[in-house]
Ligand binder design. Structure first.
Ligand code: G
Ligand code: G
Ligand code: MN
Ligand code: NA
Length: 256
């Protein structure tokens, strides 16, 4: 409860900020975009990671105004990256946001204000979007459909970790899957099970015409495996950590 009260004022006090983790095209290992990741820095305190406040923000509904701020800020920051380098920006949208009747309008408004073309935005959603089927889930699907018609891309985040990942591929209008970092093979001994799972996900997504983005890539061995298996894009500590906007902009410009 205390977190929620403090978080309520955080937006007004300018305590929220975005870091950006570069996204790499595996074919040539160039940066082609970045994922916006929310941070909270209360005055005079250490940075609070999202796991420590996003659940509360979701439960309290605060994720709706916060998520709207994230969208506007990410589009604003990414507009020159797109203009100068053709970069795309990936933004996480929580299930709660997709239940708002005006979600699609909010997204289009953020794009319009930033003068960012819809094709430059990837929305990352999780399977929570479909929890509680019926009118609510239908509305989320309608939002995503409307946004895709305008050119926005949709990615399923944390793919493979939920209980209905395959139903997702059938029921949701999507463009990419983000392979959860828990599927990356560990260091040392070659792990046939891990390799088989990653290959199966990439093959399935590719056969369905979906793009693939691997998350949590930490080693050169993982990079080599993902390339061999035909994965398109990746992000992870091997390439770059999430960094402040200015730094991300420099990385994208240098890589172009
Ligand atoms: O940056 P990283 O620790 O630290 O992010 C942790 C989790 O928080 C990730 O699962 C990510 O999807 C989520 N997250 C980060 N930024 C946002 C955001 O702007 N909105 C939502 N809904 N989730 C976010
Ligand atoms: O949206 P999502 O759940 O994917 O959020 C990305 C999270 O993963 C962020 O917390 C980010 O800091 C973290 N992350 C990014 N790259 C790596 C990595 O290579 N290894 C690990 N362990 N975490 C990572
Ligand atoms: Mn994400
Ligand atoms: Na993820």
């Amino acid at each position: 409860a205390r977190t929620v009260e403090r978080l309520r004022g955080a937006l007004d006090r300018d305590e929220l900020l975005l870091h950006f983790q570069p996204l790499v095209r595996l074919a040539d290992e160039r940066y082609v975009g970045a994922e916006a990741l929310l941070r909270w820095r209360p005055a005079g305190e250490a940075m609070v990671p999202p796991d420590a406040f996003i659940p509360e923000a979701e439960d309290s509904g605060l994720i709706v105004p916060i998520g709207s701020w994230v969208l506007h800020e990410a589009c604003r920051v990414a507009a020159p990256w797109h203009r100068d380098n053709g970069a795309v920006v990936s933004v996480n949208a929580s299930p709660r946001q997709l239940r708002e009747p005006d979600f699609a309008t909010q997204v289009l408004d953020a794009l319009q204000r930033a003068q960012l073309p819809p094709q430059a935005l990837i929305l990352e959603i999780t399977e929570g979007v479909l929890v509680g089927s019926g009118p609510v889930a239908e509305q989320a699907v309608r939002h995503l459909g409307a946004l895709r018609e305008r050119g926005v891309r949709v990615a399923v985040d944390d793919f493979g970790t939920g209980y209905s990942s395959l139903a997702y591929l059938r029921d949701l209008p999507i463009d990419h899957v983000k392979i959860d970092r828990s599927f990356m093979p560990g260091p040392g001994e070659p792990d046939p099970t891990a390799r088989t799972l990653v290959k199966a996900i990439i093959d399935l997504a590719t056969a369905l015409g979906l793009g693939t983005i691997a998350e949590g890539v930490e080693t050169a061995e993982q990079v080599a495996l993902l390339r061999a298996l035909g994965c398109e894009r990746a992000q992870g500590f091997h390439f770059a950590r999430p960094v402040p906007a200015a730094e991300a902009g420099e990385l994208l410009a240098r890589s172009h």
